[in-house]
Design a protein around this ligand. Structure first.
Ligand code: MG
Length: 367
């Protein structure tokens, strides 16, 4: 009997954050998770999802009206074939980035989850099984809406729970205040902790040129998203001048744009996010390309690490196997990632760790 997709369901979860957080662009109280579940004729269910805080219904609508009907009756194991058919469907006009592309990602993650379940392997082993543990760095602190006192308390708390790598937000209206806050954190945590900073796109080229050398005096491991994410030339100029590596990628939505950043030498650390590019299929193309060009791939935590742990664990190569840790949606997953003392131990349960808990809809489903 041929294997077939016979049902595609979507729903939305809204998860409250433990406390409101702000970076240099947004203030958030909730994390929204649109979910797709793909049922197949052998009785398996694959789960894909995204993470954002506005527009989640648009992703699900794209699946309900367009992608779902396109893949109904198809063989779910033909992942690349389905990817190309959806990519070159009439959605192409509205879909090489943004909403349609993110909806494609949800479906693609669900198909890979199905493939791993069918192989009875965790996805990272299906992909090649290079690393069974990963380093993590913690971003669940250092928010821009915290006073300096709260910031220090918050980051010290993360370190006391075992992390040796942390990130804090900068990009406020006055770079001198940013520098003072980073300095206060560096003095409080000492020299043995790796500290990264995230601008969230807020600087112009001049502010970046003036501020990065001051950060370099504070032993900063990377500067993330210093400029507008589409400014390839500006980032190339910073990479050429900066003694601190430049990290970006969470706002780059496809393989072609990543290829341009790599070709222009406009990025050091590649933070490709599986929920923003069109799923695992495109993530792997981008990550392999970056790795071949001697860049670290350290994915952004937009999917709450659940799928990224498998992707980094499954990749070959000798770069540091590391992911961002931001545990906003742990409560919705049946098998939330395991992290102790800043080290993630990869799961042995078959699939992509994307399955939702049985009570997730009852607790968090949006009206
Ligand atoms: Mg970031």
């Amino acid at each position: 009997m041929t294997l077939k997709i016979d049902r595609v369901d979507t729903y939305i979860l809204k998860v409250p954050l433990p406390k409101p957080v702000a970076d240099s662009i947004y203030y958030r109280t909730h994390w929204h998770v649109p979910v797709v579940e793909i049922h197949t004729s052998d009785g398996l269910v694959g789960t894909g999802y995204s993470g954002l805080w506005a527009g989640e219904e648009l992703l699900n609508m794209t699946i309900d009206r367009y992608i779902g009907p396109m893949i109904m009756g198809r063989d779910p194991s033909e992942i690349h074939k389905i990817w190309r058919d959806v990519y070159w469907s009439p959605l192409h006009w509205v879909g090489r980035a943004g909403i349609a592309h993110m909806a494609m990602s949800m479906v693609d993650v669900a198909l890979w989850d199905l493939a791993a379940q069918r192989a009875e392997l965790p996805l990272w082993r299906l992909l090649g099984g290079r690393h069974s543990t990963l380093l993590t760095y913690n971003t669940d602190g250092g928010w821009l809406n915290f006073t300096t006192e709260e910031l220090l308390e918050d980051i010290q708390g993360i370190i006391s729970r075992g992390w040796k790598r942390v990130k804090m937000k900068v990009g406020g209206p006055d770079p001198r205040v940013d520098i003072a806050r980073v300095k206060a954190v560096r003095e409080a945590i000492g020299d043995d902790i790796t500290l990264k900073v995230d601008v969230n796109q807020r600087w112009d080229r001049i502010t970046a040129q003036l501020t990065i050398p001051k950060l370099a005096e504070l032993d900063i491991a990377w500067v993330e998203e210093p400029l507008h994410p589409d400014d390839v030339i500006g980032h190339a100029a910073l990479v050429a001048k900066s003694s601190i590596p430049i990290a970006l990628g969470e706002n780059i939505y496809n393989a072609e744009h990543f290829a341009t950043f790599l070709a222009m030498n406009a990025v050091d650390i590649v933070q490709v996010d599986v929920t923003r590019v069109a799923g695992i299929t495109e993530w792997l193309r981008i990550a392999h390309n970056a790795q071949e060009q001697s860049r670290w791939v350290v994915p952004h935590a937009g999917d709450m690490c659940q799928v990224h742990q498998h992707l980094v664990g499954g990749m070959g190569g000798d770069f540091p196997a590391m992911i961002e840790y931001l545990p906003w949606a742990r409560e919705i997953f049946e098998d939330p990632m395991t992290v102790k003392d800043g080290i993630c131990t990869l799961p042995e349960i078959p699939g992509a760790s994307s399955k939702m808990r049985a009570d997730a809809r009852e607790r968090f489903e949006a009206e």
